[in-house]
Design a protein around this ligand. Structure first.
Ligand SMILES: Nc1ncnc2c1ncn2[C@@H]1O[C@H](COP(=O)(O)OP(=O)(O)OP(=O)(O)O)[C@@H](O)[C@H]1O
Ligand SMILES: [Mg+2]
Length: 219
């Protein structure tokens, strides 16, 4: 199972969500993380995790599609791979989109996010034309203002594209996401009762439901 957090726009929360999803899923599944970003954010988070005495995640860094392909050739079937892709368009990030079973795209709620999504949609459109399949990503509203209730323009735009599915869950802007990393934790490990934790739990539940994961628990 390959789950990729993908968006060519920077700073939307890809690495943050990749890390939190990986920690959460690794409680019951064999999880490996692939870091495709030149900034190696998720590797840095994992390094802090190790330094703070938490069990680190298995994180691999690849810089070419060939390396990634080679890794998949030898992958155990029950492994869940979480790919954190870079916030730019490249042959490596496109390859990750193509090999994935499930794509997740975080966006924040500002209207300007639509511009970034337009660009990402054109990438998915091109890849769909090349492969003859409709490639669809699951869009999660992330870093939304905790008081904002309506996201009409953004959600209308997302729902109007055959390349986007709007996820039912939403992650509000919470300081826990940055604070937890400083302690080598995910938001759930920092405080199970926090709002960020509840939202993350629901987000991961939705992912599991959509990919049909619960049947494949670790022995
Ligand atoms: N729900 C959230 N609430 C508050 N802050 C968040 C949330 N999600 C992400 N952030 C913060 O937003 C910033 C950017 O997040 P992150 O590095 O995960 O984005 P990215 O998409 O991986 O960026 P890049 O494209 O540069 O790799 C970080 O400081 C992170 O802590
Ligand atoms: Mg990143």
């Amino acid at each position: 199972m390959i789950i990729t957090i993908s968006h060519q726009k920077g700073g939307v929360g890809k690495s943050t969500l990749a890390y939190n999803i990986a920690v959460e899923l690794s409680k019951k599944h064999n999880v490996e993380v692939i870091d495709l970003d030149v900034q190696q954010t998720v590797s840095a988070y994992n390094q802090i995790r190790q330094e703070m005495g938490q069990k680190p995640l298995p994180v691999h860094v690849f810089t070419t599609p060939e390396e990634l392909e080679h890794y998949f050739d030898a992958l155990a079937e029950d492994t869940i791979v979480i790919i954190d892709s870079g916030g730019f368009d490249s042959s490596l990030n496109r390859f990750a989109i193509l090999v994935s079973d499930f794509l997740i795209t975080p966006v924040s709620s500002e209207f300007t996010e639509i511009l970034g999504l337009h660009k990402y949609e054109s990438i998915l459109k091109e890849l769909s034309e090349q492969t003859g399949m409709t490639i669809t990503t699951n869009v999660i509203l992330n870093k939304t203002n905790p008081n904002q209730k309506k996201f009409t323009e953004l959600s209308d735009f997302i729902q109007s594209s055959k390349h986007f599915n709007l996820m039912g869950s939403m992650l509000r802007r919470r300081v826990d996401f940055a604070n937890s990393v400083a302690y080598g934790f995910s938001v759930r490990e920092l405080d199970k009762k926090s709002e960020s934790s509840k939202e993350l739990k629901e987000f991961v539940r939705e992912i599991k439901e959509k990919v049909g994961l619960d049947a494949k628990k670790k022995n």
